[in-house]
Ligand binder design. Sequence first.
Ligand SMILES: Cc1ncc(COP(=O)(O)O)c(C=O)c1O
Length: 409
Amino acid sequence: MLSAINPSALKKQFPIFKRKIHGKSLTYLDNAATTQKPQAVIDTITDYYTNHNANIHRGVYQLSQEATGLYEAAHATIGRFIGASADEIIFTRNTTESINLLAHSLPPLFGKRNELLLTELEHHANLVPWQQLAKRAGMQLKFIRMNSDFTLDLADAEKKITSKTALVALCHVSNALGTINPVQKITQLAKAKGALTVVDAAQSVPHMPVDVKRLGCDFLAFSGHKMYGSTGIGVLYGRKELLERMPPYMTGGDMIKRVSYHDAEWNDLPMKFEAGTPHISGAIGLAAAVSYLQKIGMENIRKHEEHLTALALEQLKKFSVTIYHPGINHGAGIISFNLRGVHAHDVASLMDDHGICIRGGHHCAMPLMKKLGIPGTARISFGLYNTEQDVAAVMIALQSIIKKFGVKV
Ligand SMILES: Cc1ncc(COP(=O)(O)O)c(C=O)c1O
């Protein structure tokens, strides 16, 4: 399969790749943690602060109106990107905050249902907030099992989604294993039983086409910094009808229509959930990142990353490594592996000597690592600018690590 895009040309649009690390070209393969930023996004943020900076929704003067216009347009751009309307897009700090918002504001919609259903593959961000809610509200926490091939056990999902289920919350793509979960099937099962659905899309929105209507989910969360935008800006999508029925997460300025000394009336969506001065430049920068991604095309990005994943999986198999990936048909561009007898941190640290950034550790998925019986993994995760040469660089570095540790191949 040929790559659908020219990643070497795209790499040139990211100024950080001019850097040398330990005298070597930078090979960045930790995109699941955060992505690098294209000049187009950096320029948009610089332009905002250089030419349009003012607080939003508060000034009658031109600058404030410009800033407000740009901020509101960002809601619309991001909404269109995932098949939602502008008022269904709430800006948060990140995926973590989006899920915390839900864990705080959703329970009044649960009625008598008292079970929260997650999967065994969740990032702590889509686990700990629900654990805390379960403790606070006396709810039961259940988990859809993972099969031995790292895919989700659909039969188990079918068994566990019942009329007691208040909510099914699952990742679209596992940040630790790359598994692409069958979200559509799960949301259908949930809907049939009247349960709400939350999708943690932190690892899917930057890498493949995502449409909330097609997925059939009620809520979807993702982070700007993992999709070529800045840190400190995240998104929560929610179905309007549900957001309207939910109480706000934070209260204060901007999220109100009228306030008296003893009471307040909430603002319209999405402001009701955006208390205080938001990350204006982050939102505008994220809209620029979305435009950048749309120009390349999400289908093309997916195909390109699929190609690199297949290539890396094939080459890794030649080494003495254990691979934790469900295979190209069920997995995204995230590959976890362990080199026999070498700690994942050592692999990551020795890769750095070669100018290669990969992650070693539990990937904020401690229960999943425990289930796998390992402390962690080394993890390669692809972005749109990665090349076949990047894959080759990893294999050369691995060879030298194997030699250093005397691993039997
Ligand atoms: C699947 C998944 N969910 C949630 C998060 C949390 O993202 P953030 O730290 O931006 O809130 C991550 C980050 O790695 C992730 O990979």
